[in-house]
Design a protein. Structure first.
Length: 129
């Protein structure tokens, strides 16, 4: 895991240097290079997620929660990652207002996705009282 982290860090730093160098000549190419690097790192992160998924599935099955809540957690994680990458890319392009709008949308999406979990939490709290 440490070796993979170091490789990813090196790739990200090289990509950042490339994006900075390209920014001198073309902001569009700089943005494309940064986006490509994000896609590569996201794909690598997804490929190593199988053990994590198995562990979380086991945790959810032991908790007695419905299997559908498991997918809600992963959707929320995906929304958080997508929102963070999107807002960072927008800020890199100098579009802070669009970045703020992306973050606001991401927060709203997380609240919407969490409603079934909140409903279950309130139901279980009511049973305890």
């Amino acid at each position: 895991m440490v070796r993979d982290s170091l490789s990813t860090a090196g790739f990200c730093l090289c990509s950042a240097i490339l994006a900075v160098l390209l920014r001198q000549y073309s902001r569009e190419q700089s943005m494309a290079a940064a986006l490509a690097a994000c896609i590569v790192v996201a794909a690598a992160a997804l490929s190593m997620g199988a053990p994590l998924v198995e562990e979380l599935q086991e945790l959810f099955s032991e908790s007695g929660l419905a299997e559908g809540y498991f997918s809600v957690v992963f959707k929320a994680i995906a929304v958080a990652f997508i929102t963070q990458i999107t807002s960072s890319l927008c800020r890199d392009c100098g579009e802070t207002a669009i970045a703020a709008a992306a973050e606001m949308w991401g927060r709203g999406a997380l609240v919407f996705l969490s409603l079934p979990l909140i409903r279950e939490l309130v139901r279980r709290a009511g049973e305890l009282l």
